[in-house]
Design a binder for this molecule. Structure first.
Ligand SMILES: [Zn+2]
Length: 98
């Protein structure tokens, strides 16, 4: 019960607490632009997703990002998010189709 060193964040989809490393960050910049933040270093308000694509679906249906950011979230953001999570979920990048 003493894991104080790992910063934990809550997944917007399932509400589970995970370490930041396991999560994908989405950020709303001070300019109002919403984008993925793979580095976790962008300025702005952040929301987090775990590696489960179902969480993106849940969040989109429940408009949870909209709530987290208090502004409209374009569908492209959810799409990019789903893609990024799907890509990360693959164990290897052996299957390349071009
Ligand atoms: Zn989740």
């Amino acid at each position: 019960m003493q894991q104080k060193k790992i910063p934990m964040r809550k997944c917007v989809g399932c509400g589970e607490m995970k370490s930041k490393k396991e999560l994908v960050r989405v950020v709303r910049t001070p300019e109002g632009e919403i984008s993925l933040d793979p580095t976790g270093k962008k300025n702005g308000r952040g929301a987090y997703f775990c590696g489960d694509p179902a969480c993106v679906v849940k969040a989109q249906k429940g408009r949870r990002l909209e709530r987290a950011f208090e502004c409209a979230v374009p569908p492209e953001v959810y799409e990019a998010l789903a893609q990024s999570i799907a890509a990360a979920a693959k164990p290897e990048e052996g299957a390349c189709k071009s």
